[in-house]
Design a protein around this ligand. Structure first.
Ligand SMILES: [Zn+2]
Ligand SMILES: [Zn+2]
Length: 298
């Protein structure tokens, strides 16, 4: 495995179904370690799309537990275990993460867990690369200020502004290594906390869930537009800004119709240039439009 640090957008889409973009998820790779941040719909598939074996994931961090950021969790756990995962999956996220993880694996997937346990127990003796006898998920609740450090990387959780007042604890993350720094917002309004967390980062992966005009019109103050993301990137002094959590503006008619309450009618392909331009107007560094399985050098 190549030495170095990379960020990978796994799902660049919004909370809504979009055949062109998976729900939010991203990975940070430090040497041969794969850290995954959020686990929205299609995360496991898009790891394989990025040519990353999902079995390599040992650490999964949630920014918050909205469904678009966690609905592939059970699939990641079960499919990696079923394929022989022999290490625990360590899971971190705001209050409620431990409960979600355990109820997903041992509640929702109880029949699967019983099935795979039986299948493992019945494996013939010559099969030596057996999975762990149980799904091996170790989940803990964390909060702002949490840090996890190994010899090769450090993850820090910081404050963002996303529906905390209505009981949805949320954090952003900063990943440091000898190679550089990647910051990840999850969902947030343009936030002072995120500016601090992303200070001097090489790469800032910032949500741009809605256009500024939609945020204004619908008063969706817990999300960002591309201009807001650009202002945060500028204030934090980062080098590259990656825009993600993007709407299905140019997707299939069915996806656009379902999303129309939030995203309005179909847009022409120029919408993507407009989104990038809105961020560029606020930020002197490089602006990158997220897409699924996109690698970003750190
Ligand atoms: Zn979201
Ligand atoms: Zn959210």
């Amino acid at each position: 495995m190549a030495k170095g640090m990379k960020a990978v957008i796994l799902g660049s889409g919004s909370a809504l179904p979009d055949p062109d973009r998976g729900n939010p998820s991203q990975a940070v790779i430090v040497d041969d370690e794969v850290l995954v941040f959020d686990c929205g719909e299609r995360t496991t598939v898009n790891l394989t799309k990025a040519n990353i074996n999902p079995m390599r994931v040992k650490h999964l961090f949630f920014t918050h537990l909205h469904w678009d950021h966690m609905c592939d969790f059970g699939y990641l756990v079960m499919s990696t275990w079923n394929c022989g995962r022999s290490h625990p999956l360590k899971v971190f996220g705001p209050k409620g993460t431990k409960s979600m993880a355990n109820s997903s694996v041992y509640g929702t997937h109880k029949a699967d867990v019983d099935f795979v346990r039986g299948y493992i127990a019945a494996l013939p003796p010559h099969i030596t690369n057996k999975p762990t006898p149980d799904p091996a998920v170790e989940a803990v609740d964390i909060d702002v200020g949490f840090t996890l450090e190994t010899d090769s990387w450090k993850v820090i959780a910081g404050r963002v502004d996303h529906h905390q007042r209505v009981g949805m604890p949320s954090v952003g993350y900063r990943v440091e290594s000898e190679y550089g720094v990647v910051a990840i917002t999850g969902d947030t309004a343009p936030s002072e906390g995120m500016i601090e967390l992303a200070r001097g980062a090489d790469v800032l992966i910032h949500e741009a869930a809605f256009l500024e005009e939609i945020i204004e019109a619908r008063q969706m103050w817990s999300h960002s537009g591309p201009a807001g993301a650009g202002r945060v990137a500028q204030a934090a002094g980062v080098k590259k800004l990656v825009l993600t959590h993007l709407g299905p503006y140019t997707s299939t008619d069915a996806a656009i119709e379902m999303a129309s309450m939030y995203y309005g009618p179909r847009r022409g392909p120029e919408i993507w240039d407009q989104i990038v331009a809105a961020a560029r107007a606020e930020f002197d560094g490089q602006v990158i439009l997220g897409s699924d399985a996109l690698y970003i050098d750190v």
